[in-house]
Write a protein that binds this ligand. Structure first.
Ligand SMILES: Cc1cc2nc3c(=O)[nH]c(=O)nc-3n(C[C@H](O)[C@H](O)[C@H](O)COP(=O)(O)O)c2cc1C
Length: 201
């Protein structure tokens, strides 16, 4: 028999909690929200989350997707999430017509029962031109409201990222801000999931 020490037993399930899975769903008419969404995905990955980044036009139906944390991002259109009419307005201003086919509002609208959102955290961001960061009505405030109504646990306040004009560009520093924000969201989601697991025994 070998006198070598036995290897340590594997850590408990609690310590070996599987990595959280994040789904980042965005819409973007001129590219700014897409760039912020990519930076958000980078921030989530930097915190160890298994992260899928997807344009809302190609996003799986919420009921078919596997995730623990949902992050949605959209441009502010008329103080809210876009609608078909505002996306057509963006097309008239030069956006590619195929980008107008659907948006985050419609995607959230496809969500089913509150049961589907059980154990799922969420956060929402938007892009906007206004310098008023705490605009009471914007895409992320609307998205957060809709997600809360469907039973998601919000782990962040609705968060804006600024662009200089309708077609961009993003204000300097906003991509770094997006990475930092996403890392905070990841930490908050992990804490909430850990507390939930403990509470559930
Ligand atoms: C039809 C339309 C309505 C808009 N309404 C608002 C608004 O209410 N408040 C605001 O700050 N920006 C508004 N904007 C500017 C958008 O927020 C900006 O185009 C967007 O942040 C750019 O993101 P994107 O490149 O991902 O499309 C509007 C833009 C369009 C095309």
């Amino acid at each position: 028999m070998s006198s070598q020490a036995q290897p340590d037993p594997p850590p408990s399930d609690q310590a070996q909690a599987p990595a959280l899975r994040a789904l980042v769903v965005y819409e973007s008419m001129f590219g700014s929200t897409q760039d912020v969404a990519a930076a958000v995905a980078d921030g989530l990955r930097a915190e160890g989350l298994v992260t899928q980044l997807v344009d809302v036009r190609h996003a799986p139906a919420p009921r078919d997707a596997q995730f623990d944390l949902l992050v949605v991002g959209a441009p502010t259109h008329a103080f809210s999430l876009s609608r078909p009419s505002t996306r057509q307005d963006a097309v008239r201003q030069g956006a590619a017509p195929e980008l107008a086919s659907t948006g985050v509002r419609e995607w959230i609208g496809e969500m089913g029962s509150r049961e589907e959102s059980r154990g799922r955290a969420a956060a929402a961001f938007d892009t906007r031109v206004t310098k008023v960061r705490s605009l009471p009505k914007a895409a992320s405030t609307r998205a957060s409201h809709l997600l809360a109504r469907r039973g998601y646990h919000l782990v962040s306040r609705p968060t804006p990222f600024l662009v200089h004009d309708v077609k961009g560009p993003l204000v300097a520093g906003e991509l770094e801000h997006a990475v930092t924000w996403a890392r905070e969201v990841a930490v908050a989601a992990r804490r909430w999931h850990a507390e939930n697991r403990t509470a559930a025994g």
